[in-house]
Design a protein around this ligand. Structure first.
Ligand code: PGA
Length: 249
């Protein structure tokens, strides 16, 4: 399905102090002068969400978190809940990023619980899936990603706004990207799995591609059928690079 309004989301990961808000403000000012037809979001570290929401108020840039706890509150020292992100000014949240799945042992069931918590808090979750290099080389990319989609989406996603991000683990931060044919193959499989899991509720949510998206490859990637946007890490830290991607969409 051709999606005309794409979602271009920047994931700052564990980068950014208050001084970095200058980049967010530069992005906002550029988009004020040259509005995009697409949705543009930044997902800074949780510590910056409230400041960024204040600095960008009234502008087009949406704000998201990078993770949330599955519970709304409680004795979970160090964790941030979905209602807290919402309260701080976020409208979206990334869940199940491979750096969470691999580094923090998050399972599909954990990701489904977090996605459910995000939806319950009124956030739009961006649910990440993607195969490792070993899995791709074993010819299992589609199978792995299908299982992740089936296991990571809660029933409530069927009637909520959400997105899925296909991020091959081997393409994240490496400068490597799949071929456009490989991206299309997996995105079609993600769509099929979303519909298998949610029925009609899985037909229209955008499927973002993530993994070494840069200004110079964004146009081709974003033109692939079923690519409904991009999740951008490194190239979202500088307003000029991120704008290059937004303009290519
Ligand atoms: P990258 O990261 O653009 O730096 O490859 C993407 C991501 O991890 O979301």
């Amino acid at each position: 399905m051709k999606q005309s309004v794409k979602l271009i989301a920047g994931n700052w990961k564990m980068n950014g102090l208050s001084a970095s808000l200058a980049e967010a403000k530069a992005l906002r000012e550029a988009l004020d002068g040259e509005p995009s037809a697409h949705r543009v979001a930044l997902c800074p570290p949780a510590t910056l969400i409230a400041q960024m929401a204040w600095a960008l108020r009234g502008g087009a840039v949406e704000i998201g978190g990078q993770d949330c706890h599955a519970k709304a509150s409680g004795a979970f020292t160090g964790s941030v809940s979905a209602p807290m992100l919402k309260d701080a000014g976020a409208g979206l949240v990334i869940v199940g990023h491979s750096e969470r799945r691999q580094g923090f042992g998050e399972t599909d069931a954990d990701v489904a619980a977090k996605t459910e918590a995000a939806i319950a808090a009124g956030l739009e979750p961006i649910v990440c899936v993607g195969e490792t290099l070993d899995q791709r080389e074993a010819g299992k990319a589609v199978e792995v990603v299908r299982a992740q989609v089936l296991g990571s989406l809660p029933d409530s996603a069927g009637t909520a706004a959400f997105a899925v991000a296909y991020e091959p683990v081997w393409a994240i931060g490496t400068g490597l990207t799949p071929t456009l044919e490989q991206i299309e193959e997996v995105h079609r499989a993600v769509r099929a799995a979303m519909v298998e899991r949610l029925g009609q509720g899985g037909e229209t949510a955008p499927i973002l591609y993530g993994g070494s998206v840069k200004p110079d490859n964004a146009r081709d990637i974003l033109a692939v059928p079923e690519v409904g946007g991009a999740l951008v890490g490194g190239a979202s830290l500088k307003a000029a690079d991120f704008l290059g991607i937004v303009r290519a969409a």
